[in-house]
Write a protein that binds this ligand. Structure first.
Ligand SMILES: Cc1cc2nc3c(=O)[nH]c(=O)nc-3n(C[C@H](O)[C@H](O)[C@H](O)COP(=O)(O)OP(=O)(O)OC[C@H]3O[C@@H](n4cnc5c(N)ncnc54)[C@H](O)[C@@H]3O)c2cc1C
Length: 387
């Protein structure tokens, strides 16, 4: 039997929300782990925008990490405001969040969330500038980890928290992240410079859906609106569409032509955008992915169950996985039993979220998407009212 507490060589690959939460909950229980992160300390602020943290998953993990009250003090409950339009500007939904916490999904910027987690983490736990290049299984269940800075480490338990294109995943499965058929172009609007759009956007999210496209906007804590222009497109579209993404002015002009017959206020999300124009393809792992158990290795977060962002679950699941795995490690002296307990639970809840996310993707980019999405919310509200 390989025990955790006697050896304590736990390596977490990736210092995103999942990896940080895992290390912090282990630390709270006196179990040491090391995070190896390819980027620098500033990395988390740069990737991704405002995230809604769900009560039963992300907030549960924060509670286990001893951070729930601190999170609640900085979370933006008003960020749950939601407005839904079609391309003509017709309003389908205009929800204003309750000040007392609304549906229990307050917002926080990704950078602030990671800062919160990092603040309590022993600084020696995380090593920046360690990009894993290879993990070699040894005969006794341990793994030899190779990093691009030339360093090597041996770990009894290696946890892949290294996101969509995990280098740990191939140790467990041949499954690869595949393109969902959607490409997003990320833009940023400074609300201070554009009060008309700030008023239109209100305090949270705006979705405009039509023609199998979308303008998805969310106000971030720094006063900027992150805008995701979303296209149903071939995987090569970024290279073949002819939009010069590296020339922001021309790129925005050409992006506008894709929304020519959309309402003027909606087009302001493109007209007012600053010079950051970031195209990105959206990928997912196969729904319900499982793997054959192998000793000394597992996955959490996007590495385990990458899904499109349309259920708003990605970060919540990454943190919930972290809590579930950490608590299993605390509970079971036997490492393999801990992993098995975690994986069984994770397969169950993550497959439901992945299915939900995929259903939402199909609905949001269907014909009459705004009406269909409103119908879905109406059904959910009715179910909620019955409970
Ligand atoms: C456009 C967009 C919008 C989104 N919106 C939402 C939303 O509203 N709500 C939500 O819940 N989720 C959302 N998500 C998803 C969410 O961002 C992810 O699910 C979440 O960040 C997953 O956390 P993670 O810790 O598993 O992985 P990541 O956040 O991807 O972190 C992985 C970490 O591993 C590091 N890493 C990678 N490879 C290596 C390596 N070889 N060696 C060492 N380190 C490595 C990376 O640098 C990174 O720090 C969105 C995603 C996208 C793309």
């Amino acid at each position: 039997m390989t025990t955790i507490n006697s050896q304590k060589r736990i390596a977490i690959i990736g210092g995103g929300p999942g990896g940080l939460t895992l290390a912090l909950i282990l630390q709270k229980h006196g179990i040491a782990a090391t995070i190896y992160e390819r980027g620098g300390v500033e990395g988390n602020a740069e990737r991704g925008g405002s995230l809604d943290i769900h009560e039963d998953s992300g907030q549960f993990a924060l509670k286990e990490a001893g951070l729930l009250e601190q999170f609640q003090a900085i979370a933006r409950y008003e960020g749950e405001d939601f407005r839904l339009f079609d391309k003509s500007g017709k309003v389908y939904m205009d929800e204003v969040a309750e000040e007392d916490g609304g549906s229990g999904r307050p917002e926080i910027d990704r950078g602030d969330l990671c800062d919160l987690l990092l603040k309590d983490l022993n600084p020696e736990t995380i090593r920046y500038g360690y990009k894993l290049t290879e993990a070699i299984p040894l005969t006794d269940g341990r793994h030899e980890l190779h990093f691009d800075n030339g360093e090597k480490e041996i770990a009894n338990l290696v946890i892949g928290a290294d996101g969509a294109f995990s280098r740990i995943r191939p140790l467990l499965t041949d499954a690869k992240a595949t393109y969902t058929g959607l490409t997003m172009v990320e833009l940023h609007v400074d609300t201070n410079a554009h009060p008309d759009l700030a008023a239109f956007n209100a305090r949270g999210k705006v979705f405009a859906l039509d023609d199998r496209k979308g303008i998805l906007a969310q106000l971030n804590g720094d006063g900027k609106i992150k805008v995701y222009l979303t296209f149903t497109a071939e995987q090569e579209w970024i290279d073949t569409c002819g939009i010069p993404f590296e020339q922001p002015v021309e790129a925005k002009n050409q992006l506008l032509t894709h929304f020519e017959d959309w309402d003027d206020m909606l087009k302001n999300y493109i007209r007012y955008a600053d010079d950051t124009v970031l195209p990105r393809r959206i990928y997912m792992l196969p729904l319900g992915l499982r793997w054959e158990r192998k000793p000394g290795v597992t996955l959490i977060g996007d590495a385990a169950h990458l899904m499109s962002p349309f259920a708003g679950e990605g970060v919540n699941l990454a943190m919930f996985d972290a809590a579930t795995l950490a608590l299993a490690i605390v509970e079971h002296e036997d490492m393999e039993q801990a992993i098995q307990t975690y994986e069984a639970k994770m397969y169950d809840y993550s497959s439901q979220s992945a299915q939900g996310s995929d259903d939402n993707l199909k609905l949001m980019f269907s014909d009459n998407a705004a009406a269909n999405l409103k119908g879905l919310f109406d059904d959910l509200h009715a179910q909620f009212a019955e409970q």
